[in-house]
Design a protein around this ligand. Structure first.
Ligand SMILES: Cc1cc2nc3c(=O)[nH]c(=O)nc-3n(C[C@H](O)[C@H](O)[C@H](O)COP(=O)(O)OP(=O)(O)OC[C@H]3O[C@@H](n4cnc5c(N)ncnc54)[C@H](O)[C@@H]3O)c2cc1C
Length: 404
């Protein structure tokens, strides 16, 4: 694959139209007035029949779960191109929108589908997949970001048939407004095991449960369209029905499920990066052609041309990584953690560099919100931090290379 197909370009065109008509006009509200993106997401689902598709998808996943069938690659969806194309198009304008959507429908619902019983899927997942409810996925804590599993302090203490949850999560996307929270906690079973090595359990919590406090959105550098906040747990009492799989030993549970999510997230970040890069390249070319100094467009200055050339190199590289990912996924090949990490590391850094150079090409206007590149630059920055920092991607790649 070296070019988008006609069909893929058609998908991009309809998503772009939706973005132009339904997101751009509300960008100020999303970016500066604290308006959450959920209503626009729901409108997008309505416009493209995504709600019905989600219901069908849920039905298939539930049937597989009931029959005990392992998801084959094809049944997991195979070709990820439609989703990646939507991500690219949405990220030209609002990467925060994509973060919020991806966490709710991807991480939160995905984890319930993978680990939950059929009853748990029906209770929580369908509503998340259709966006009738909004989800959050909470693993990070103030003292255990990159060391999320080992350093986790939130604990689940057994009490008869129930668990009592205590702890704190932070930087949780959709945390302030989520109806449903998928939450990881360390089992405190009174054993002498070192806390680092204890079991990690995954629970589902509902907004309003006694002892669960979802703090207001944090002010942050970028991605203002995605609300981020802390979640506090003070003696939150949960029955086994809220423990995913209703067992402390679910297949692929706890640590493994968190790691599975890392792979999917990392590939998604590459598509987000490409959206940012393509929009910055487009805006920069246009600006360089029209900004006139010394009686000529700045596009004629070689230093500006060098910036444009470097931006184009990044665009081509990230796009080719995504093409390769689509081809391989469609053929049933799942990337290794190292491959997904390499793609995430490169593309996130490329997005940051390209957006920063775009600001430079725009000069003073680059620093002004109206010209849009400053928002894309701020939004891009977190791509090097969440879903595993740059440094943790390096660690994952090196570990894989040196394993033998
Ligand atoms: C906007 C936003 C949204 C987020 N959404 C969610 C969410 O929905 N759910 C969720 O659970 N989490 C979420 N996170 C948390 C995110 O995943 C963490 O911020 C990230 O994993 C990094 O953890 P940390 O911030 O604690 O940094 P730290 O782990 O404290 O890292 C600090 C620095 O040390 C470096 N470092 C750490 N360990 C090593 C090492 N072994 N070798 C070399 N360098 C190292 C890091 O790379 C970094 O540069 C979000 C974060 C942000 C900013």
């Amino acid at each position: 694959m070296y070019e988008w197909s006609e069909e893929q370009l058609a998908i991009a065109a309809v998503v772009r139209r939706f973005v132009d008509e339904e997101i751009r006009p509300h960008l100020d509200d999303l970016e500066h007035n604290g308006v959450a993106p959920f209503d626009i997401m729901r409108k997008m689902y309505e416009t493209f029949g995504l709600k019905e598709m989600a219901q069908e998808n849920f039905k298939r996943q539930l049937e597989r779960k009931v029959s005990g069938e392992e998801p084959s690659h094809a049944s997991r969806g195979g070709d990820p191109s439609a989703q990646l194309i939507s991500t690219i198009e949405l990220c030209r304008v609002s990467p925060g929108f994509v973060t919020s959507l991806g966490v709710s429908t991807g991480l939160a619902a995905g984890t319930i589908n993978k680990l939950g019983t059929p009853a748990q899927m029906q209770r929580w997942s369908l509503d998340l997949m259709t966006l009738d409810k909004i989800g959050a996925w909470a693993i990070t804590e103030p003292d255990s970001g990159s060391d999320a599993l080992g350093g986790m302090r939130t604990r689940a203490t057994r009490d008869g048939n129930e668990y009592v949850l205590n702890g704190q999560k932070t930087w949780i996307t959709n945390g302030p407004y989520a109806d449903t929270i998928v939450l990881y906690a360390k089992l405190d079973d009174g054993s002498q095991d070192e806390v680092r090595n204890r079991k990690v359990l995954t629970f589902v919590l509902d907004r309003g449960m006694p002892g669960l406090d979802q703090a207001k959105p944090m002010r942050k550098m970028g991605q203002h369209a995605s609300p981020t906040g802390e979640v506090f747990l003070r003696d939150v009492r949960v029955g086994r029905d809220r423990l995913l799989g209703e067992t402390e030993e679910p297949k692929g549970g706890g640590r493994e499920s968190a790691k599975d999510n890392f792979v999917a997230e990392r590939a998604g970040v590459a598509a987000m990066s490409l959206g940012i890069i393509e929009e910055c390249v487009r805006l920069s070319i246009d600006y360089a052609k029209h900004r006139t100094l010394w009686n000529k467009p700045i596009a004629e200055f070689q230093l500006i041309q060098l910036k444009l050339a470097n931006m184009e190199i990044a665009r081509v590289n990230v796009r080719n990584m995504i093409f390769a990912h689509i081809e391989r996924s469609a053929a049933g090949a799942v990337p290794t953690l190292a491959e997904a990490s390499a793609m995430k590391l490169y593309s996130a850094q490329a997005a940051c560099q390209v957006a920063d150079e775009a600001i430079q090409i725009f000069g003073g206007n680059g620093y002004i919100t109206e010209y849009r590149v400053e928002q894309l630059s701020r939004d891009a920055r977190v791509l090097r931090i969440y879903a595993g920092t740059d440094e943790m991607q390096v660690v994952a790649i090196a570990k894989d290379l040196l394993r033998s």
